[in-house]
Design a protein around this ligand. Sequence first.
Ligand code: AHR
Length: 489
Amino acid sequence: MKAKLFINRNEEIGKIDRRIYGSFIEHLGRAVYNGIYEPSHPLADDMGFRGDVLSLVKELRVPIVRYPGGNFVSGYNWEDGIGDKSKRPVKLDLAWLTTETNQVGIDEFQEWAKRANTDIMMAVNLGTRGPDEARNLIEYCNSETNSYYANLRRQNGFERPFGIKLWCLGNEMDGDWQICHKTAEEYGRVATETAKVLKWVDPSIELVACGSADPHMPTFGSWERTVLDHTYDYIDYLSLHCYFGNYKGTPDFLASAEVMDSFIKEVANICDEIKAKKNSNKTINLSFDEWNVWYRTKDEEKQMERWQIAPHLLEEKYNFEDTLVVGTMLMSLQNNCDRVKIACIAQLVNVIAPIMTENDGACWKQTIFYPFYYASLYGNGKALKTNVEVDTYKTSDGVDIPYLYTSVIENEDCMVVFAVNRSLDEDITLDLCGQEGYVLDSHTQLYNDDLNTTNDKENERIKPTSIKVNGNGPITLKKHSWNMLIFKK
Ligand code: AHR
């Protein structure tokens, strides 16, 4: 099949905010315990953080990590995770029906974040708690004042504030699974009051309010409108969450990025509708702070033995098909960078994650590691508008989907084209228009004949290969492959 990609060099979508390559660590399963933290591991550092995991996290160059949840945060008392570790309470986590030892809390996590070269995106509990605990937490984390919580931080050994600049007002408060789930009115009120006290303590922070937990929520749309009616003047971003899965066959699954595109556009439109209604000069941008493929291990916690410590939960084993879907979702985030300023792949280690560990053993890259790695490393600069001419196929719902999905990013050094060929049986010969002044310098490909191929600790089957390039001659994008083309001046 032939395809043409027209690159409109004079029309940019926007500048990519590197925070779209963020991730997420929740107190869930083995994300924290036996994920990032395992003091008895041979590669653990002086604070018990696994060095092998830290190296892989650093390879991904994740600019922000959302913490400590997720559903977990809605029942969390942050004070349980500070100070003397031997005195920390062991508690039941009602979100995942496990036992939380509190051996890691913000005291440790802020140190891990420094070692991982990343910033924290901190979520506050608006389930069982509210503005009071949130204002105490931000005083503990960010204040230089001579006051109780800032002094408590000093007593715990941290003279300097942690300086956390990005805060989430709760998590998925529209979902009835959430501890102390709220109506949009209830959430809108508590989010507004929490936003006020947080910014009074530290006016330099940015705030994210909860949008819908999923575009299929029955309240999607009305939730956003009501929440924005209350919070508009106090927040900076509205959140989006969405997980995809192969429920209706591979061709439908490979079209996930189109669903993501429409979801983003719909939420951006709602933000602008409220902007117009309020006659405001302020634009609310988007934080897509949970996204990934997740379907094999949904609702696992309901079947397992309750109250275990760090059980194997949500350990999705990704295959090559997922590589392609994650690759296109990253392109969707890049193509919507005019509105999406923050995004977090959920999650980072063991729990629906690109990095897997074995207790007391190895750590390895899942099949979704590389599309994220390349987007984070090379997807920086301005995203350009494009037009694609290519055949389409129909999803089971009769929607036309182009076989080729792309994003194009230009910076001072180069122009990068990310491209996924969604055809299951035909290669694409790609003709480019608009690359004048550039020469194709490299072609990196992720491909496997079998879409079910996975990686494990012994074998990294899904890894990049370098394709020989031939000036600006025709480019072949193999059937069901992910590609990155780098053009140099
Ligand atoms: O990432 C796993 C869970 O998915 C999070 O805890 C929750 O916010 C979402 O439903």
